[in-house]
Design a binder for this molecule. Structure first.
Ligand code: NDP
Ligand code: AKG
Ligand code: MG
Length: 740
């Protein structure tokens, strides 16, 4: 439930590990902030919360929730916004259906997710679920461009306390494989709209027999908007996947496919489904009709397929066939080899931004079905950005792994505002029903883009508005000026969309007289140049579009810091507010599993600490609240204390965990507040708190240690019980007595 709706700072309620961590950290933040008259409210953007808000009809008054995402969506368009955004689940269909089941089991009368909606009620339910699916939160909240980097203290800490890195050898068989034609990159067309062309656009499909179907009408594109259209050929994709399965088998590596089925919620589940069909091709050839009759949707993955087949007629026969096909295939890269969960089981288990960097950090190794590490063929069907990973892998094979003790750092300025580029394209992405032509028709009747398509092709249009582009270039100029270092626009002049962006970037750089401080390089060349720069210990600012923002802000932090959870992640909202994201990663489902099994939470809240400090300092600026600045500066001291004293959570049961790190954060924060001299009232207020926290260290740490090693019950996975979660996450009465 939401509370304190007009609070100074909104702290988001999310899912999985960060939500568990919040149960312990948020009380500390609220208590400390209150001393400076700063209120911290919450808004629920969790998957379960969004489902509850979408289906009030069958719920009791007590069960209902407000549509907090919509409320936040309005807030971030105002100068008043000050939001701390933790990572939330971007749900694939299997995650969505699991959350629905859990809520139903808790007595929430909400409809099932209709896989093939028939009745009007089912169609309505499907429409609402489709709005919840995938990356449904970030695009709404990100009304600004992205500034992600490691705080200096965090980077220094990583250099003196390096994480483990796998070794890279020149004979590693790990490769990236991508399409050379028929993909989104190859078919892309792009144009920047003139004043005459601006206005509502119609997207239509004309079948071979002349039947015209309107796919989408009235999509508003203003003047200066860069509008792209492209498609992925289903035939080319299938041929490519079959070829890759065969090549992987020949090479003796693991087959892996890396997609973004969450943010690219229409296109990438379909591509994933093609991979499932290609891997099990003989099964689909033999039992296609039975699988369809049973309601199998390959886009939901092998896990769902196996579940559905279990209850189908001929299940024994089909399962035996699946088994024999799998044996003939190359071994698969596994998500969890102990539990037999493969890359193809769930579309959201292997997400490219985090999955490839983890493999690169490990020296190009993935886990095989036998539970052993092996080289892998990393299949990335679309070639738009695959070169980044390909070049990184080639570079490490040539030069060996990066050394985190000496490596410099890559900062990112990402073009993200107002659903920029591919990540905003799902409302204008379509799986083509019949061979023909897809056109984008402007208000004046002109055809902007046109493609010949076949049945099953995935056609999409993406757009990027002028104001966000200009804001992004300015942010890059400011960041480069602040760092005085290398800065590269990762744009490929031979790619249609990038060529349009370059037409914006060059004149702005010239007009500001800073063109000599920037390079414009295609992703492959930019990757090589950047790796060479950080190898020397220097800093590089990567100025990128939205997809590379996502990819690079996991890739480089994971190599430099071991994880992207420690990143500072600021979104300067276009209308003046601030959105402070915590880290650059996700909600870490594996961490929840560990907590449930052995009551150890290895989630590191460093991202939250960094975001909190920024949020408080921002509040101080916009509200002229000097006490908030004192609080914010003390947060920075506390964060430094966590690093200096090695108080981040350990990975294994028995080691100090997330709860311990919050205690030390509170201790250092209180000590810093007590010690500062800018605000005597705050110092006096926090002196006894700091003293009590210090004096009770032994008891508090013992309270935490005592609960580990046994299963923990939070009353749910997607929709936890607040009281049970509080019991699990705040087990120290000594600490609770001080924090309140
Ligand atoms: N901003 C957002 O809202 C984002 C949301 N997501 C969502 O998160 C979910 C999981 O995505 P996934 O791709 O697995 O990526 P995650 O970033 O959640 O997990 C990858 C791994 O990174 C490590 N990790 C991440 N955060 C932390 C942290 N704070 N402390 C310590 N380790 C951390 C963990 O490694 P280890 O297990 O080795 O400890 C974890 O297993 C999905 O539902 C996805 O949609 C993903 C990215 C961003
Ligand atoms: O919105 C999402 O699904 C993921 C976001 C993400 O990975 C990122 O912003 O780095
Ligand atoms: Mg990401």
């Amino acid at each position: 439930m939401s509370d304190q709706n007009n609070a100074d700072i909104i702290y988001t309620r999310v899912d999985e590990a960060p939500e568990l961590a919040s149960a312990s950290l948020l009380p500390v933040i609220r208590t400390f902030a209150a001393a400076a008259g700063v209120t911290v409210g919450t808004r629920d953007i969790s998957l379960a919360g969004r489902i509850i808000a979408a289906f009030p009809e069958g719920l009791t008054e007590a069960q209902r929730q407000s549509d907090d995402l919509a409320i936040l969506g309005r807030l971030v368009k105002t100068p008043d916004a000050n939001v701390i955004k933790l990572p939330n689940i971007s749900a694939s269909v299997p995650q969505l259906t699991a959350a629905v089941k859990e809520l139903q089991s808790q007595g929430y009368d909400i409809p099932d997710y209709p896989e093939t909606p028939q009745t009007d009620a089912e169609k309505e339910a499907r429409k609402r679920y489709d709005a919840i699916k995938g990356s449904a939160v970030n695009p709404v909240l990100r009304e600004g461009n992205s500034d992600r980097r490691a705080a200096v203290a965090v980077k220094n800490y990583a250099q003196s306390n390096p994480h483990s890195m796998g070794t890279w050898s020149a004979d590693s068989k790990t490769v990236v494989s991508t399409m050379s034609s028929g993909d989104f990159r190859s078919n892309e067309k792009s144009a920047t709209l003139t004043a005459d062309q601006a206005g509502p656009v119609r997207i239509e499909h004309e079948a071979a027999d002349g039947t015209v179907t309107v796919l989408k009408d009235g999509v508003e594109f203003p003047e200066g908007c860069v509008v792209d259209a492209t498609f992925m050929s289903a035939a080319a994709l299938s041929a490519f996947l079959e070829e890759q399965i065969a090549e992987t088998k020949d090479a003796g590596t693991l087959f892996s496919i890396h997609l973004k089925a969450t943010m690219m919620k229409v296109s990438d589940p379909i591509i994933f489904g093609h991979a499932v069909k290609a891997f099990l091709k003989p099964v689909f050839e033999k039992y296609g009709a039975e699988l369809e009759a049973a309601g199998v949707n390959p886009n939901s993955g092998l896990g769902a397929l196996l579940d559905t087949v279990k209850d189908a007629p001929k299940s024994g026969e089909i399962l035996a066939e699946i088994d024999s096909v799998m044996k003939a295939r190359p071994p698969m890269y596994m998500v969890n080899s102990d539990k037999g969960i493969s890359n193809l089981h769930v579309p959201s288990d292997v997400i490219i931004d985090a999955s490839i960097p983890a493999l690169i950090r490990a020296g190009g190794k993935g886990w095989g079905p036998d539970g052993k590490e092996a080289d892998a063929n990393c299949v990335i069907p679309d070639s738009s950005y695959a070169a980044v990973y390909d070049e990184t892998i080639r570079y490490f094979k040539e030069t060996g792994a990066l050394d985190p003790t000496t490596a410099g750092t890559v900062q990112n300025i990402g073009l993200m505002a107002q659903k920029a580029e591919e990540y905003g394209s799902h409302p204008t992405t379509f799986e083509i029903a019949a061979a023909g032509t897809v056109r984008m028709v402007l208000a004046n009747g002109d055809v902007l883009h046109e493609h010949s398509v076949e049945k099953g092709d995935i056609w999409r249009s993406a757009s990027t508005r002028k104001a966000p582009i200009e804001d992004w270039v300015q942010l890059a100029i400011d960041r480069q000026a602040a760092e005085g270092c290398e800065a590269i626009f990762w744009l490929d002049e031979t790619r249609a969309h990038d060529a349009e962006l370059i037409r914006y970037v060059r004149p702005i750089l010239d007009a500001k007289g800073v063109a000599d401080r920037f390079q414009i390089l295609a992703p492959r060349e930019a990757t090589r140049a950047t790796l060479e720069t950080i190898r020397k210990g220097d800093t590089s600012v990567a100025v990128t579009g939205n997809v590379l923002r996502d990819y690079l802000t996991d890739l480089f932090p994971i190599l430099e810091l071991g994880t992207s959870a420690k990143m500072l992640s600021i979104v300067k909202l276009m209308n003046g507010g601030g959105l402070f994201e915590t880290g650059a990663g996700g909600s870490a489902p594996k961490h929840v599993q560990q907590l449930m099994e052995e009551n150890h939470l290895r989630w590191d809240s460093l991202g939250e600490f960094c975001a909190l400090g920024e949020s408080l300092k921002f509040l101080a600026d916009v509200r002229s609240n000097p006490k908030a600045r004192v609080l914010g500066k003390a947060v920075d001291v506390a964060t430094q204390g966590i690093l200096d004293n090695n108080k981040s959570p350990g990975r294994r049961v028995g080691q100090p965990d997330n709860r311990d790190s919050h205690y030390y954060f509170a201790l250092y924060w209180a000590e810093a507040l007590a010690a500062q001299t800018e605000d005597a009232d705050l110092a006096a207020h926090f002196a006894p708190i700091a003293k009590a926290l210090a004096e009770n260290e032994e008891t508090i740490v013992a309270d935490f240690a005592a609960v580990q090693g046994r299963p923990a019950d939070t009353g749910g996975y997607y929709h936890t019980d607040p009281e049970k979660t509080e019991n699990v996450m705040r087990p120290s009465s000594a600490l609770n007595g001080i924090i309140g």
